[in-house]
Design a protein around this ligand. Structure first.
Ligand code: 13P
Ligand code: SF4
Length: 392
């Protein structure tokens, strides 16, 4: 992903309503007045800024909505107005009256919120370096080259492109322009069925595992799937393999979920007999096949919320969510699928209490830092792909 500059210059928060809340603590005003970069905030330990964050948040009131993705750490999530997956959060923010959306998540999530927002709203990502390794594995230039190669093989007209929401706005726009759509981990099966009703083949971006797991669950044999490696001509495939494939899986993966192995399922069952294993479909197929259940983050949360008291669960997803579920459901025994590795999303982790404090205090001072804006014409084309998903 081509991330924007390290820290964008502060923009004047021209549309802000006049301040009506209590004064921010003197220490906060001094830091804000002296320095508009995050650097001074990073000198403080995590738990020292809580009062300042809360005070600044209170002054901002309903003009700001703070979104917290499920994988964010607790020190950040505690300040979120809503918790959810990326699409849910973006839609909630767009339906709110807030002028400013502070997205505690990663860059593609802030972009989606910007595409779906109302005209008077704007989106802030507290740390612009919070990217997504999976989204970065499909760059628009690589996808355009892949498409040209499919055109040379006279296959492009038979291909519908689908992108997982975990992708850049440019990739979403690419899919929108070519009659394709966006999907989430909750609706990927519906998106694939929709696409196959229209074209014989799908190019699935950027997560090979979600694409493979979903297509496999819909009955597609593995030999009717091709992996498209963007570093090789024609993705490293022979023409007849592409021709017989129903799905071309972009060679991308999530650095968190791809670390789970089938041996982790065996090991957790050995150590905790009777444990039900639930994993995210960004995990490799062999892990999903060994698990009892696989589904989106929301699906995993639902399983835990409705589980009978005393039941045991091993969860294969990001560690902050697993820890939170264990804490919130003490009536269950919840284990990490990989207790040794505990995979966590290091880019989500970049959103810190220090960044939150900085963003809030800058807003109180009338400045907007780290805005994320998707420019035209990608904005409209990406919106088309998102709207198609919402119709499916
Ligand atoms: P969902 O929350 O849509 O299941 O996606 C998981 C994820 O990897 C978010 O980055
Ligand atoms: Fe990207 Fe995986 Fe992190 Fe989600 S968990 S933001 S897909 S790297």
């Amino acid at each position: 992903m081509g991330l924007i500059a390290h820290f964008s210059p502060a923009l004047p928060a021209a549309a802000e309503a006049p301040e009506t809340g209590p004064q921010a603590p003197a220490a906060a005003s001094a830091v804000t007045a002296a320095c508009a970069t995050v650097d001074n905030y990073l000198l403080y330990p995590d738990d020292m800024l809580n009062e300042r964050i809360a005070a600044a948040r209170a002054r901002l009131g309903e003009r700001v909505i703070v979104l917290g993705h499920h994988y964010q750490r607790d020190e950040v999530v505690r300040f979120a107005d809503c918790r959810g997956d990326s699409l849910q959060l973006a839609r909630q923010a767009a339906a709110s009256r807030a002028q400013t959306i502070v997205f505690c998540g990663v860059h593609f999530m802030a972009e989606s919120a910007d595409i779906l927002r109302q005209p008077h709203q704007r989106v802030i990502l507290p740390d612009l370096q919070a990217g997504c390794s999976m989204a970065d594995m499909a760059e628009i230039e690589q996808v355009e080259i892949a498409w040209e190669q499919l055109e040379r093989l006279h296959l492009a007209e038979e291909v519908a492109p689908i992108t997982y929401i975990n992708s850049s706005a440019a990739i979403k726009a690419f899919c929108g322009r070519r009659g394709g759509l966006v999907c989430t981990s909750s609706n990927a099966a519906r998106a694939l069925r929709w696409a196959w009703q229209r074209k014989p083949r799908v190019l699935f971006l950027p997560d090979q595992h979600l694409g493979r797991n979903t297509a496999h669950a819909l009955g597609v044999e593995l030999d009717r799937m091709a992996v498209w490696d963007p570093r090789q001509d024609f993705g490293g495939n022979a023409w007849d393999h592409l021709r017989q494939s129903q799905i071309l899986l972009w060679k991308g993966h999530c650095s968190v979920h791809a670390r789970f192995r089938p041996e982790h399922v065996d090991e957790v069952r050995r150590r905790h007999p009777g444990t039900r294993v639930v994993v995210h479909p960004e995990c490799p197929l062999e892990v999903v096949q060994k698990a009892d259940l696989a589904g989106s983050t929301e699906f995993i949360i639902r399983q835990i919320e409705t589980a009978p008291a005393g039941s045991q669960w091993a969860i294969g997803t990001e560690v902050h969510l697993v820890n939170r579920l264990a804490h919130e459901h003490p009536r269950l025994a919840i284990h990490h699928l990989d207790s040794a590795g505990c995979p966590w999303c290091s880019t989500m982790y970049r959103i810190s209490p220090q960044h939150l404090c900085w963003v809030f205090e800058e807003l109180v001072a009338g400045r907007v830092v780290n805005p994320v804006e998707v420019a035209s014409p990608d904005r409209e084309a990406a919106r088309m792909a998102l709207d198609r998903m919402l119709e499916v």
